[in-house]
Design a protein around this ligand. Structure first.
Ligand code: SF4
Length: 140
């Protein structure tokens, strides 16, 4: 497995360091092929920065959107990110082994969602009057 993590910036909406460590710990022993996995701290610029990944997760606002070869496959809660990411990576790896997909075949070409939508930036949501405050990082 090859892991790509965003460099982080002011837009970050999660504890990326912890998430990357967890992804490494959980996925690394499970994957045999060099599947390229991107773990991004937000949905705003993350898609462009995850270019070239086979599987990518864009975290933020206590959820994660998962893409496999450019296709959105899941929008899960923060707690579900790791198990779902593992499930999707293993399914993708199985497809590669069966000759149904190829590593690095498709770039992650993702049209970012509505900025005040499901994983849009907290600032935009607050500006739009959708929420008074947006939680950042992990709690509990
Ligand atoms: S993915 Fe988001 S948080 Fe990470 S560097 Fe890019 S803009 Fe910043």
């Amino acid at each position: 497995m090859e892991l790509i993590a965003c460099p982080t910036c002011g837009r970050i909406q999660v504890d990326l360091f912890t998430l990357v460590k967890e992804v490494e710990k959980v996925l690394m022993p499970e994957l045999e092929l060099p599947v390229k996995v991107a773990v991004m701290g937000c949905i705003v610029n993350g898609p462009g920065e995850a270019e070239g990944a086979d599987v990518a997760v864009f975290a933020g606002d206590r959820r994660g959107i998962i893409y496999v070869q450019g296709q959105k496959v899941a929008n899960v809660t923060e707690e579900e990110i790791l198990p779902r990411l593992l499930q999707e990576c293993k399914a993708f790896e199985a497809k590669v082994k069966a000759g149904e997909a190829r590593l690095g075949e498709k770039l992650v070409e993702i049209k970012p969602p509505d900025p005040i939508g499901e994983l849009g930036s907290g600032a935009a949501k607050i500006a739009a009057g959708q929420v008074a405050q947006v939680s950042v990082g992990q709690t509990g």
